[in-house]
Design a protein around this ligand. Structure first.
Ligand code: SF4
Length: 334
């Protein structure tokens, strides 16, 4: 079990926190918002509840059940089918956490599961069955994480993941960043977050102020799968991050009926570049239970990737990769 940091939250809600608090919606509300009727194939109740921010919902084209943004959050009954090769922990992360909230899979960097909270629930998420609720973490355990970093001097990079680490309060982020500033062996602080894409209002003046004095390399790996997600607000948030010293990268997952076409992926790379973000990885789907309807045969993916390479300048082509359990690095496909 990998516990989660459950750090203090600010008492007075900020605009982004109010928006975040509206992210949990029912299937009926989602369909009503998207001007769609109920369908037999949809799953009304799931432990992995529906979540999407108003900003994300506003990017969905109304009246289209096949909208690529809608399909990423729409629960289907088929998610409950047991499919061979699919499991609740496809990357066997539970076997790689040496202590609370830490995954130490790669030699020079550790991943901190900072929170179980996300601003959106992506139906293909490989941590969709992760037992966050059973594994509440505390400030005391963050202190143990700092202790771990002090003892493991080979670690020069910390990766905040989740859940979504940017869903933490400013107070929590500030405390952690301040602590990391005191560890000379840590050179890079990296965040993996979908929030700049789905909740761009999170990147406000208070967020900026946390990183103003940082002496570390700052990296933000955002997660966008389709150009339609990248509206004007997202572009502004990315520009703000960049002006505060963040290196901006994007990782996507190649998903059936969402972005499995070279034209769609090329448009995504171009739009990312327009937002100041470099395409980094295009991941194969992790075979997590409930996500089989997003899967694609490998030969189709490699064909799309070849076509993508022909359409883009090399620096705009993300690396095609997959995560494998117990591997010390990602496996490049081509
Ligand atoms: S961890 Fe990332 S991919 Fe998974 S549900 Fe949250 S935002 Fe989506």
């Amino acid at each position: 079990m990998i516990p989660v940091l459950n750090l203090p939250v600010a008492s007075k809600k900020k605009p982004w926190q109010i928006e975040l608090s509206k992210a949990q919606i029912s299937l009926k509300e989602l369909l009503y918002f998207c001007e769609l009727p109920m369908q037999d194939s949809l799953l009304e109740h799931s432990d992995f509840i529906i979540k999407a921010t108003p900003n994300y919902l506003n990017c969905i084209v109304k009246g289209n059940i096949n909208d690529p943004l809608l399909l990423q959050i729409l629960p289907f009954k088929s998610e409950n089918d047991l499919i061979e090769g699919y499991s609740n922990d496809p990357l066997l992360e539970k076997s790689q956490n040496p202590q609370a909230a830490i995954v130490h899979k790669y030699q020079n960097r550790i991943l901190v599961v900072a929170t179980g909270s996300c601003a959106i629930h992506c139906r293909y998420c490989f941590r969709r069955h992760f037992p966050y609720e059973e594994n509440k973490h505390s400030k005391q355990q963050w202190i143990q994480t700092v202790d771990y970093l002090n003892k493991h001097q080979e670690v020069n990079e910390i990766i905040f993941s989740g859940g979504d680490p940017l869903s933490l309060s400013d107070a929590s982020l500030k405390m952690m960043i301040n602590d990391l500033e005191k560890i000379p062996t840590i050179k890079t602080i990296r965040f993996h977050s979908r929030i700049p894409v789905v909740l761009p209002s999170r990147i406000d003046a208070d967020f900026e102020s946390i990183f103003k004095q940082s002496t570390k390399h700052l990296v933000m790996v955002i997660h966008s799968n389709h150009a339609n997600e990248l509206n004007t607000e997202v572009k502004l948030a990315c520009k703000t991050l960049k002006s505060n010293g963040f290196t901006l990268l994007n990782q996507s997952v190649i998903l059936k009926n969402i972005n499995n076409h070279a034209d769609i992926l090329a448009k995504l790379s171009e739009r990312l570049f327009d937002c100041g973000v470099m395409p980094y990885y295009l991941h194969l789907l992790d075979q997590v239970h409930g996500s089989e309807h997003f899967s694609l045969p490998l030969n189709e993916v490699t064909l799309i990737y070849e076509q993508l390479q022909a359409k883009l300048s090399g620096y705009l082509v993300p690396k095609l990769a997959k995560e494998e359990p117990n591997h010390s690095n990602k496996t490049l496909i081509v």
